[in-house]
Design a binder for this molecule. Structure first.
Ligand code: BEZ
Length: 235
């Protein structure tokens, strides 16, 4: 019996697997071309489909917001370049969604007809579809390390506010050496990691910081929203 080809899926903390690909904005070398900025590499099942269309309109209209947080977007599907181009033109010329119209998608979309990239990134999940990529989202940091991965099935459109929230939360964790609790948004209290785990606040119990400890493992402190945004947004 033939052994099925198994590509290990990249995991959080791994270096993002390298590839060169043709996109709607020319050839890219990932993640090398993106060194120094965050990137979100995401896949969609197919061009000319309604859920994907609503997602692209939403993501494209937030592109500037992501760019201000030093994050570039890169789309991918197993369709070809001319399909991508025709679909994006149709979106711009004809589609209205939630008050958005004339939406121009300026970020690159990878053509992956060979499925080389989508297989490398575990975006083809045969239980869901063996001919289309699932809705995968890879957050890659400025050093090319995968920091978060989210997968959605074909029928479920993504929440792009959540993707932005996750990006800002990870950048805040990096900038302040803290962690972010459930449903955290800029301006909410953050979690100070307990002693012995990642990045301990040295003077945690001496009252210098306005920190609240409810028990040894659960300490919070405030970071003002403007302080967070000053740390993460581009000058
Ligand atoms: C969509 O984007 O609408 C879609 C794509 C593939 C399967 C189901 C829905």
């Amino acid at each position: 019996m033939e052994t099925p080809e198994i590509t290990p899926m990249p995991r959080i903390g791994d270096k993002a697997p390298s590839f060169t690909a043709v996109t709607t904005q020319g050839t890219i070398h990932f993640p090398e071309d993106y060194t120094g900025s965050w990137s979100i590499l995401f896949s969609h099942p197919a061009d000319f489909t309604p859920v994907c269309t609503s997602e692209f309109m939403t993501f494209a209209s937030m592109e500037e917001k992501f760019a201000q947080a030093n994050c570039k977007l890169i789309g991918l599907s197993v369709d070809g370049l001319y399909s991508h181009i025709a679909w994006l033109r149709t979106i711009k010329e004809k589609i209205e969604y939630k008050g958005m119209k004339n939406v121009e998608v300026k970020f690159p979309i990878i053509e992956d007809i060979t499925m080389e990239v989508s297989k490398k990134y575990g975006m083809i999940q045969p239980g869901e579809s063996s001919t289309k990529a699932v809705r995968a989202v890879f957050f890659v940091d400025p050093k090319g390390t995968i920091r978060a991965i989210i997968y959605y099935p074909l029928s479920l459109g993504r929440n792009f506010d959540e993707l932005y929230r996750a990006l800002i939360a990870m950048q805040t964790a990096d900038a302040f050496g803290i962690a972010t609790p459930a449903d955290w948004r800029p301006g909410d209290d953050v979690i100070v990691p307990p002693a012995g785990s990642c990045g301990v606040a040295k003077d945690r119990m001496d009252g210098k910081e306005p920190m609240k400890c409810y028990d040894w493992f659960f300490c919070t402190k405030p970071i003002a929203e403007d302080e967070v945004m000053k740390a993460v947004l581009q000058k």
